[in-house]
Design a protein around this ligand. Structure first.
Ligand code: NDP
Ligand code: MG
Length: 385
């Protein structure tokens, strides 16, 4: 039987690569639902090609355009954030790929877990914001959460069926500013930040990669996905992005997963797990890997990584505050409303201003997110940029 797949955020970088995987294996996978936020033309094109049961556009203003364009096809058309949360519960769906950006992924992921759908998790912000709640729900509803993030997929592929991990080692490319001094970082532009050396991704995660917040989020993501302590998570800068991440075992053995940087592999592995399927594309050529180098991350220049470790140690709603402040500053940076280094200043101050909640409920996360966004937005305005 073909696996029925719902893609949340089908018009984005991960979403379009997931559709390439499905196209390569029409005998294995079928698209059940596609969703987008604004890019209605692209969603229409995808819907006509893949003929899903349902499509959802989060922006309700685009509903009529979508409905009219698909009027000749037997596709159910919905709009709005609520509809997006409901579509993931549809009976035939086997896998929900969460490939939307940011906090908006939290609610649909919770609904999909409660409906017992396997989660192929790209939307790392969900685990950053509410990792404890999400992992508890996944256990309660016996719902697998399979990583799509390349580092976590690498670790997942290296894991053995016993409890003998000593640590997980996340590799980081270091981003476009790896070698920049503080003086240089003070004046970098969004155009420079949007040029990632090894990966082509959506705008938000590309900025997060340049500021190392992405790696900070991935540290928190690893804690929840693999049940490891903060002290068991190490970050190593590896500019070539050949090793996607590693696991060190109690006896000192280290297992690594290597490959060319291509997100279709981790996406497909989450779809095909526990099997592996063929995949077209470039193969790693060791004769062209003249050097694999490693260095320690610099948390003095890239303070976001330190904030993420701090939020993880303090637990509760701290990482939710971190994420909300980050979403606000990244949006502002993309509109030239704050400097690159100013982003970290606002995040740090927001983390100090929002009330700490030790054991947050779902409603506490919603409230924390709203308050942190408001405070961060004020700080951006007052940053004088
Ligand atoms: P993109 O910006 O390329 O795509 C985001 C997708 O989500 C688009 O389809 C967009 O719709 C949709 N979307 C955005 N906001 C909302 C919203 N509020 N409600 C509903 N839909 C929304 O992002 P990426 O594909 O790069 O990243 C997606 C997620 O995967 C992120 O969490 C990221 O951290 C993670 N990830 C990405 C990797 C990558 O290589 N790109 C690698 C590892 C993780 P529209 O197009 O209409 O705006
Ligand atoms: Mg990653």
């Amino acid at each position: 039987m073909k696996k029925q797949i719902a893609i949340l955020g089908s018009t984005g970088s991960i979403g379009t690569q997931a559709l390439q995987v499905i196209e390569e294996h029409p005998d294995l996978y079928e698209v059940y639902a596609l969703t987008a936020n604004n890019k209605v033309e692209k969603l229409i094109e995808q819907a006509r090609k893949f003929q899903p049961e349902a499509v959802v556009i989060a922006n309700e203003d685009k509903y009529q355009q979508l409905k009219d364009a698909l009027a000749d096809m037997p596709i159910k058309v919905y709009a709005g954030a609520e509809a997006l949360c409901e579509v993931v519960e549809s009976g035939p769906i086997n896998i929900v790929l969460t490939a939307m950006v940011g906090y908006a992924g939290l609610k649909p992921t919770i609904n999909a877990i409660k409906a017992g759908k396997t989660i192929a998790l790209a939307n790392k912000e969900t685990l950053v914001v509410a990792g404890e709640l999400i992992t508890e729900l996944a256990q309660q509803y016996r719902t697998p959460i399979l990583p799509v993030d390349s580092e976590h997929s690498a670790i997942f592929q290296c894991l053995e069926m016993n409890n003998s991990i000593s640590k997980v080692i996340l590799t980081a490319s270091g981003g476009p500013f790896r070698t920049f001094t503080m003086e240089q970082l003070a004046t970098v532009t969004k155009e420079q930040a949007l040029k990632h050396p090894n990966w082509s991704m959506g705008a938000k995660i590309t900025i997060d990669s340049a500021s190392m917040m992405n790696k900070g989020f991935e540290v928190i993501e690893a804690k929840w996905l693999f049940g490891v302590k903060p002290s068991q998570i190490e970050v190593v800068v590896h500019p070539q992005s050949v090793i996607h991440s590693m696991v060190e075992y109690k006896d000192g053995a280290v297992k690594a997963q290597l490959g060319v940087p291509d997100m279709r592999l981790p996406i497909q592995y989450a779809f095909s797990y526990p099997k592996r399927e063929s995949l077209s594309g470039e193969r790693l050529d060791f004769m062209k890997c003249s050097a694999l180098t490693f260095e320690a991350p610099d948390t003095k220049r890239f303070r976001n990584l330190a904030f993420a470790y701090d939020a993880m140690e303090r637990s509760g709603n701290m990482a939710c505050i971190l994420n909300a402040a980050n979403e606000v500053v990244v949006a502002a940076f993309l509109k030239d409303q704050i400097s690159f280094l100013g982003m970290s200043d606002v995040i740090e101050k927001t983390m100090g201003k929002v009330a700490f909640i030790k054991n947050p409920t779902y409603n506490d996360y919603v409230e924390t997110d709203a308050i942190a966004r408001r405070i961060a937005a004020e700080l951006v305005i007052n940053s004088g940029f």
